[in-house]
Design a binder for this molecule. Structure first.
Ligand code: NAD
Length: 320
């Protein structure tokens, strides 16, 4: 029996694949390589290069590999770009999830862990986001993730489906030298790219109502996140019930300036960030409680900010 990881050639998915291997579970990857890389999939792990929209191939993969459950990470994750590309975003994240669920119903695969996002909350009006905080997504991306959660809950009412959705906050770091975040829109890769190219990294706004004036976010290490996926998968497969939704947040925030200071220490590249105007729609602070996940999913911050930055930097350098 194996576990299908959709998006397993991506940044987080490849870490989930490694965590499954370490737990003695057998991963199989489906990925269309639109933002992932075949080299991120460890040797010996089958990679089916196909789109989620190809229901027939998903169905065949579920059957051929005797899949017992699915960890569904494939998706288009660029919230800002999704505003310009709503149809693409909905097709990848909503139609793609419908296609996957259809294949699962068809083949009787009844266990699912879904990658959701902090973007489902939009700009929360609370200091600490919990799973009870109302959802107000502010982009097609956030909406598509919330619709994914609804779809899964609706399918579970009509068919047998054990499921949970994990709302990630800001995922950073690296658990293996070759696996790193390649997103052209996330803070760590943006700063690293600037430093490598000899440009000055930029802070967007230093006049927010936060302790040092820069925006505060909740950063979590990708390997800690991957571990909780494995725990969720195992518990669901064992017939244990989980909450429909968990926040994977640390309960603690770091400011952009703190990140820049840590990057300066770790890389030993001296720089003074340029202060640019605020970006429209950037909330001052988003920090989430991970209390429920700590209770049920062995969710723990095993890495501090320095280790998040240093592992990301090492993986970035190893990649050349
Ligand atoms: N990185 C974050 O901070 C973060 C935060 C919240 C949620 N998420 C979610 O986690 C998941 C993984 O994110 P990531 O950071 O690893 O991104 P990523 O872009 O590195 O990985 C996504 C993977 O899915 C694949 N993919 C995309 N559309 C596909 C399709 N239609 N069919 C098959 N494969 C497809 C891509 O090729 C890629 O390998 C995404 O669903 C994302 O929305 C990420």
């Amino acid at each position: 029996m194996s576990w299908l990881v959709t998006g397993g050639a991506g940044y987080i998915g490849s870490h989930v694949v490694v965590a499954l291997l370490e737990a003695g579970m057998e991963p199989v990857v489906i990925d269309d390589l639109s933002s992932g890389f075949a080299r991120f999939v460890p040797d010996g792990v089958p990679l089916v290069e196909a789109s989620l929209l190809d229901t027939a191939t998903i169905t065949a993969t579920l059957r051929d590999h005797r899949v017992e459950g699915v960890i569904h990470l494939a998706g288009f994750k660029y919230a800002g770009v999704s505003v310009q590309r709503p149809l693409h975003t909905y097709s990848q994240n909503v139609t793609g999830t419908i296609s996957l669920l259809g294949a699962m119903v068809e083949t009787g695969v009844d266990t699912l862990v879904f990658s959701s996002s902090a973007a489902t909350y939009g700009t929360p009006d609370v200091d600490l986001v919990t799973e009870a905080t109302p959802t107000h997504p502010e982009s097609p991306y956030g909406e598509s993730k919330l619709i994914g959660e609804w779809l899964i809950a609706d399918v579970a009412r009509a068919h047998r489906l054990r499921h949970t959705s994990l709302r990630y906050f800001n995922v950073v770091g690296s658990g293996s030298p070759g696996l790193y975040d390649t997103s052209p829109h996330n803070l760590f890769p943006l700063v690293f790219d600037a430093l490598v190219a000899g440009r000055t990294p930029r802070i967007n706004g230093d006049d927010y109502p936060t302790p040092d004036g820069t925006t505060v976010r909740d950063y979590v290490h990708v390997a800690d996140l991957a571990h909780s996926h494995v725990v969720a998968a195992r518990r669901l497969a064992a017939g244990e019930s989980l909450e429909p939704v968990y926040n994977l947040g640390s309960g603690d925030g770091s400011s952009v300036r703190q990140i820049m200071d840590t990057i300066r220490e770790v890389t030993q590249i001296d720089f003074v960030p340029e202060i640019a105007p605020r970006r429209a729609g950037d909330p001052a602070q988003i920090v989430a409680s991970g209390k429920l996940a700590r209770r049920d999913l062995e969710w723990e911050m095993r890495h501090d900010l320095r280790s998040m930055v240093s592992s990301a930097w090492e993986a970035r350098q190893a990649a050349g």
